[in-house]
Each structure stands twice: as structure tokens, then as C-alpha cells.
Design a protein around this ligand. Structure first.
Ligand SMILES: [Fe+2]
Ligand SMILES: [Fe+2]
Length: 155
């Protein structure tokens, strides 16, 4: 698990499984932004990081959506719509990514960071607060921790 360079304690929502995934996401975005600025970076290196970012984003959002459904979270539709819009934005940037087009990579990394921080502090926070009201912290953490196994084993 990578630690991001820029992390504020206000981004920690109180369930370790979610906080760790948010840290990983921000750290992937930071890595992409750093690579996009460097002149020595090849197009291939940017593409690899861009796909890592897209892959981990989908993974994390999928976990949240799964647990939202399992826990009967009332604001599921609105939260899912935010996720879907974000994935679409990243995917359309990925399609625009042309050779040596570091601008796209930088834009995507910035977009991810800004969106994520806002999303974590407002939208994810309300979901985590709901979970912590409904379950003891350990149980809420277990739900998220095991969401991947459930998703894979039941698919
Ligand atoms: Fe999240
Ligand atoms: Fe979310």
C-alpha cells in the first residue's frame, strides 16, 4: 500500500479499509502527475500509470457500491451516479491520450485528485457515517475488506 505525498488527516473517514484505498488512489494520481511532468517519461510509462489509475478507480468504486447495496444505503443512486460520471470522464480522457500528450495525463491526474478529495470529504463521508451508525467499526471494516472476495467468488 502506497502512502500519498499529500494527505490531510481530514481525508481519513474512520474505516481503515476505505481510508487505505483512498490513500492508494491519491498516490497513483500523484505518481501519474509526477511522471507526466518529467521530460524523461516515455508515452508507454504514462499509459501504464493511466491504466493503473483507471483500474484501481473502478476497483475502489465497485467495492463501495457493493457495500452500499449490502448495507441498504439510501443514497445509493446518487452516489453511484457520481462514480459513473467520474469513470466516464477518466475513460474519455484515456481515449484522448495520444503519443506524448502529457497534457491529458496531467489533466487526468489533477481531475482525479480534485474530484477524489471533494468526493471523499462530502459523499464518501456521508456513506461512512451511515455505516458507522449501523455497524460497529470492526464489522464495517470487515464488510469492505471482504467485498472483493464476495464479488469474485459470487461472480
Ligand atoms: Fe471512495
Ligand atoms: Fe464513493
Amino acid at each position: 500500500m502506497n502512502k500519498p505525498e499529500h494527505w490531510d488527516s481530514s481525508y481519513d473517514l474512520g474505516i481503515i479499509a476505505i481510508d487505505e484505498q483512498h490513500q492508494e488512489l491519491i498516490s497513483i494520481a500523484e505518481d501519474l502527475a509526477k511522471k507526466a511532468i518529467s521530460k524523461e517519461t516515455t508515452f508507454e510509462e504514462i499509459k501504464i500509470r493511466f491504466d493503473a489509475l483507471l483500474g484501481y478507480t473502478k476497483y475502489h468504486l465497485g467495492m463501495e457500491e457493493y457495500v452500499m447495496q449490502q448495507s441498504n444505503f439510501g443514497d445509493y443512486d446518487a452516489h453511484k451516479a457520481e462514480h459513473d460520471k467520474f469513470v466516464n470522464d477518466i475513460q474519455s480522457l484515456r481515449l484522448q491520450l495520444k503519443q506524448h500528450n502529457v497534457f491529458i495525463a496531467k489533466t487526468a491526474a489533477q481531475l482525479l485528485q480534485i474530484w477524489l478529495i471533494k468526493h471523499i470529504q462530502v459523499i464518501d463521508k456521508s456513506f461512512v457515517d451511515f455505516l458507522l451508525k449501523k455497524y460497529p467499526n470492526i464489522q464495517a471494516n470487515d464488510l469492505l475488506q471482504h467485498a472483493y472476495d464476495d464479488l469474485v467468488l459470487n461472480s
